[in-house]
Design a protein around this ligand. Structure first.
Ligand code: AMP
Ligand code: MN
Ligand code: MN
Ligand code: MN
Length: 282
């Protein structure tokens, strides 16, 4: 079973259109692909009908930015009813927060003599503005040499052009995903610049507010990392998910389906055995 349950299109900060992403998933022989753009479910509406017998099943999804103890925590939801009013309303608010954050960055940039961020963003295909787009703008204007530098020097919270957004709480994101009939998944738990002790507290809190699953295997996570995540999932009685967090074919380490299989202690708790696994409804 190859289920990539975390991926992005150009409706948020990926580079492929929804159809291009689906084509890549077919050629990489995935069984399941969940499209989980940042704070947007719009990609799904743009997908053409899948070729018959292509072997791929598509799941709707989203990756919601939340705040927990001043950390930005990402909650993935899969198998969503995209017409659910609570979901639509939350994502509209989140997209507005993204725009307001970009406007704050634009003001800082203008003070430094760099103009045109908002018109650059309006030319993009995205419905959810990301710092990734701002990083591209900084590179195009010679402010940063590459993405790494753009984020490190300029776009993190303490960076020169950084700005905070007051994302919703983890509980709000999880409740909304459940209202829309989806499964909630804590994304990439070791990517939040926290020590192991804090990661454990985060997962405990996620489970306490009814989160159901966590990513156990994902791109760039070595076997020790996967085993560590698997232990934490078991300890908190969470379902185990897998996903690449694919953004672009230019990053070969985060390609679709490129992650290790779930370790033995997690096979029974793989999220595709969840009673509300959306694949069963397809
Ligand atoms: P946002 O959700 O708008 O705050 O943007 C965060 C996104 O930027 C993440 O989802 C990544 O895709 C990307 N990102 C964050 N840090 C880096 C980095 N150091 N280098 C490249 N991309 C990054
Ligand atoms: Mn991203
Ligand atoms: Mn993320
Ligand atoms: Mn992601």
């Amino acid at each position: 079973m190859l289920a990539d349950l975390h991926s992005h299109t150009n409706l948020s900060d990926g580079t492929l259109s929804p159809d291009e992403l689906v084509q890549r998933a077919i050629s990489r022989e995935l069984d399941y692909l969940a499209i989980t753009d940042h704070d947007s479910i719009d990609a799904f509406d743009q997908i053409s009908e899948l070729p018959k017998d292509c072997g791929l099943s598509l799941l709707s999804g989203v990756e919601i930015s939340t705040l927990w103890e001043s950390h930005e925590i990402h909650i993935v939801g899969i198998g969503l009813d995209r017409k659910n009013p609570s979901l639509i309303s939350l994502l509209k608010d989140q997209q507005q927060l993204r725009r307001e954050r970009a406007e704050q960055m634009d003001m800082q940039l203008q003070k430094a003599g760099v103009c045109g961020l908002m018109s650059y963003l309006d030319q993009q295909a995205c419905t959810a503005i990301s710092r990734n787009h701002v990083a591209d703008f900084l590179i195009a204007n010679g402010v940063a040499r590459n993405k790494e530098q753009a984020f490190k020097r300029h776009l993190n919270n303490k960076g020169r052009f950084g700005a905070k957004a007051h994302w919703c709480s983890m509980a709000k994101a999880i409740d909304t995903i459940h209202e829309a009939g989806g499964i909630s998944i804590l994304a990439h738990p070791n990517r939040y610049r926290m020590g192991n002790k804090k990661i454990r507290l985060l997962v405990q809190e996620f489970a306490r507010v009814n989160g159901e699953a966590m990513e156990v295997s994902y791109s760039n996570l070595d076997p020790n990392g996967v085993a560590h995540m698997a232990d934490i999932a078991v300890l908190n009685d969470l379902w185990a998910s897998t996903g690449s967090d694919f953004h672009t074919p230019r990053n070969q380490w985060m390609d679709l389906g490129k992650f290790r299989q779930l370790p033995p202690q997690c096979i029974e708790r793989a999220v595709w055995h969840h009673p509300r696994w959306p694949g069963a409804r397809l």
